[in-house]
Design a protein around this ligand. Structure first.
Ligand code: ATP
Ligand code: MG
Length: 447
């Protein structure tokens, strides 16, 4: 049950509010002087304060209320405070709301309005506390991951990415094959290196083969090796990737490009560890951890008869799905900053434009965009024009007339940005100054 504290020199006010708030199931404590109020705040868990502005019969300046409010703010930066003030002194209260008071009402107050105000503020601070708990939890988890595992310099801040990284670390130690899926340039290869770096065979070889980068008829020879004369151009016997990766990890990139014949052989190695070089009958045995990656829709390829279903189930004993960058917006700025050469800065307009862009080429596109902009920008600061994003300038102009983000959107952006207002502003597509103005207007503390 939320507990409210009423600080007013007139005991009749506290009595009236006690009755009013009990309708909503709140408990009310009361104090008749600022000192008694502050003392109660130290002793009791209080969720919201309703305070008067004048405490001595002969004062109407509001100075006492102002001092009390300042002291409450200093001790409890997030506690919602509602000011009750004579209607003749409303402008004082308006100033205090700008300074972070939650809200104000003129005396005599309207019961319905006061109840609604209190209810909203309590709900809001509950959401805020919930968000803060979540953000703190996520941050703790992220640093725990970084302490416990070698993340290979992988940059991330979005909870969606964190889930993938956590899972990658968790499955790294097992021997099961892992399939990493996700769109172009999303960081699938990075995830594969994280798995390798944290696996039981991290000291072993790490061999990679990009099945999309070579003609289909050469892939098998690459994978399994070949005896001399096994195919045109095979002058000497050669070792395949499976042999090279024995005791370690084999990363098969763009696995969707492996031809059906190769798929069958791959299935056999995965099941038995056994294979033969092309043109040889001698069976070889290896122990290899296989990580594969694809941006293809393998289930669709299975339906089209282009990919073996049994191989699919073998490869994706564990599937790690890396979402497109647009679906993990919390990563955009941290990544952009990580790609920024030293001595360069990202202007606020540029940050907002990065945040707005859809990133069809994902992290690779972001990296290229930042590197190009760093070369093109003349000063230390990269501006929106340097980014060369299609429609970025138009987007910036449009943002001026966009409806302003509401309280929830702002609170969540701040929470996602871990309280870094510049980052929250960029995420909301507004300048930092605009965010400050908005925070003041909504009475959200600039923590
Ligand atoms: N979270 C990240 N932190 C730092 N760099 C990253 C991150 N994600 C991706 N990169 C960088 O972005 C580029 C693309 O990443 P990567 O090659 O891993 O993507 P991919 O999903 O394998 O792409 P493709 O589908 O084209 O093979 C690389 O230069 C990589 O180092
Ligand atoms: Mg790749």
């Amino acid at each position: 049950m939320p507990t409210l504290l009423v600080i007013d020199d007139n005991p009749a006010v506290a009595t009236a509010l006690d009755v009013l708030f009990s309708l909503d199931g709140y408990a009310t404590l009361s104090a008749q002087t600022p000192e008694a109020g502050l003392a109660l705040l130290e002793r009791e868990p209080i969720d919201l304060v309703v305070q008067d502005m004048n405490f001595s019969a002969d004062t109407t300046s509001g100075d006492e209320g102002r001092a009390l409010f300042a002291e409450i703010r200093r001790r409890h930066p997030d506690l919602p405070v509602v000011l009750l003030t004579a209607w003749t002194h409303l402008e004082n209260a308006v100033d205090l709301v700008k300074a972070g008071a939650a809200d104000y009402l003129a005396k005599p107050w309207d019961d319905g309005k006061l109840r609604a105000t209190v209810r909203n503020l309590l709900e809001l601070s509950e959401t805020r506390a919930e968000l803060a708990r979540r953000v703190a939890g996520e941050r703790r988890q992220r640093s725990a991951l970084a302490r416990q595992y070698d993340l290979r310099g992988f940059v991330f801040a979005d909870p969606a990415t964190e889930r993938v990284v956590a899972l990658a670390c968790q499955v790294a130690r097992s021997e099961l094959p892992v399939l990493v899926t996700g769109p172009n340039g999303a960081g699938k290869e990075c995830i594969a290196t994280i798995i390798q770096a944290n696996s039981a065979v991290r000291a072993g070889p790490y061999v990679t083969l990009n099945c999309g980068a070579m003609p289909a008829d050469l892939i098998e020879a690459e994978l399994f090796g070949a005896e001399a004369g096994a195919y045109t151009g095979a002058a000497k016997a050669r070792e395949g990737k499976f042999e090279a990766a024995d005791g370690g990890t084999l990363f098969l990139d763009e696995i969707g490009n492996l031809p059906l014949a190769g798929q069958m052989k791959l299935l056999r190695v995965l099941e038995t560890g056994r294979f033969e070089r092309l043109g040889s009958n001698r069976e070889r045995q290896v122990k290899v951890r296989v990580i594969s990656a694809t941006n293809a829709d393998l289930p669709a390829m299975i339906r089209a008869g282009q990919f073996r279903e049994d191989l699919y189930y073998r490869l994706n004993a564990i599937e790690l799905r890396l979402p497109p960058l647009a679906e993990r917006p919390g990563d955009i700025l941290p990544l952009a900053l990580s790609f920024l050469p030293t001595g360069k800065l990202l202007g606020e307009d540029a940050q907002a434009a990065l945040r707005r862009h859809a990133w069809p080429g994902n992290v690779r596109e972001l990296r290229n965009t930042i590197q190009r902009a760093a070369l093109l920008s003349t000063g230390a600061q990269i501006g929106v024009a340097d980014l060369g994003l299609p429609g970025a300038a138009a987007g910036a102009a449009r943002a001026e007339t966009d409806p302003e983000p509401d309280r929830t959107a702002i609170e969540q952006a701040i929470a996602r940005a871990g309280g870094v207002l510049a980052q929250a502003a960029a995420e909301l597509g507004m300048s930092r100054q605009a965010l400050y103005r908005r925070l003041d207007k909504l009475g959200i503390a600039r923590t």
